[in-house]
Design a protein around this ligand. Structure first.
Ligand code: ZN
Length: 228
């Protein structure tokens, strides 16, 4: 595994173009937590979630998926039977809040949030926590975003496969930043809120970005074309 610190010119001119289309937001302190993943249990309801007892939650999780210890990152979501490519895996629900409200949340609450627009986050209330909150990031994931809050299988999954997706396809906030140990040959080593600007990732994921990021990507490409 290699680790690297993103540099200002990591993606060259395209990154600058992406930044030009991004909102300007000041964040008071950096957060290094890995988004929805969880390295250590921080809430008493976790044991219930992992046992799969509590399926009420704020989310929809497809049958045949459970949460349990992950070899790569604390806890994760796994299949208990084969799943076909393109199948619906989960739909996240919760409360929609803006960036200002997001910044008032403690770090362990931000783990249960996904960015769904330039200034909107979908965050899980503690009472609604469920196994779907434990989907880990991976740089060569088994799932893809379909819209802003839905995951589908990227390929046929075997029993026991972990459900993962690339956080670069959903989150673009400046406080996203954590070391990745997913083990993929293409592991970026560090995941940041600027990764969506990477042309390689844009090629790999195509339309499987959150709609607000797709809009930014298209705008940045049109800006570059216009400059030509
Ligand atoms: Zn990785």
């Amino acid at each position: 595994m290699t680790r690297r610190t993103p540099s200002a010119d990591r993606f060259g001119g395209l990154l600058r173009s992406c930044r030009a289309t991004a909102p300007s937001v000041e964040f008071r302190r950096p957060v290094t937590a890995a988004g929805r993943s969880m390295e250590t249990p921080v809430l008493g309801s976790l044991a219930v979630i992992v046992r799969g007892v509590d399926r009420r939650g704020a989310h929809h999780l497809a049958d045949g998926l459970v949460a349990r210890r992950s070899p790569s990152e604390g806890y994760g979501v796994f299949t208990t039977r084969p799943v076909s490519r393109g199948s619906l895996l989960c739909v996240w629900g919760g409360r929609i809040i803006d960036t200002a409200r997001m910044l008032t949340l403690p770090e362990d609450r931000r783990r249960y949030a996904v960015q769904i627009d330039d200034d909107r986050y979908l965050v899980t209330p503690i009472s609604g926590l469920g196994a779907a909150d434990l989907v880990n990031h991976a740089c060569d994931p088994t799932a893809l975003l379909a819209g802003a809050n839905t995951l589908v299988a990227r390929r046929d999954l075997a029993e026991g496969d972990e459900v993962t997706y690339d956080y670069a396809t959903s989150d673009a906030n400046p406080y996203l930043g954590f070391a990745c140990r997913c083990g993929a040959a293409t592991c970026r080593g560090r995941v940041t809120g600027e990764d969506w600007c990477d042309p390689r990732l844009q090629t790999v994921y195509g339309d499987a970005f959150s709609p607000y990021l797709l809009a930014r990507i298209r705008a940045s490409r049109e800006a570059i074309t216009g400059l030509g």
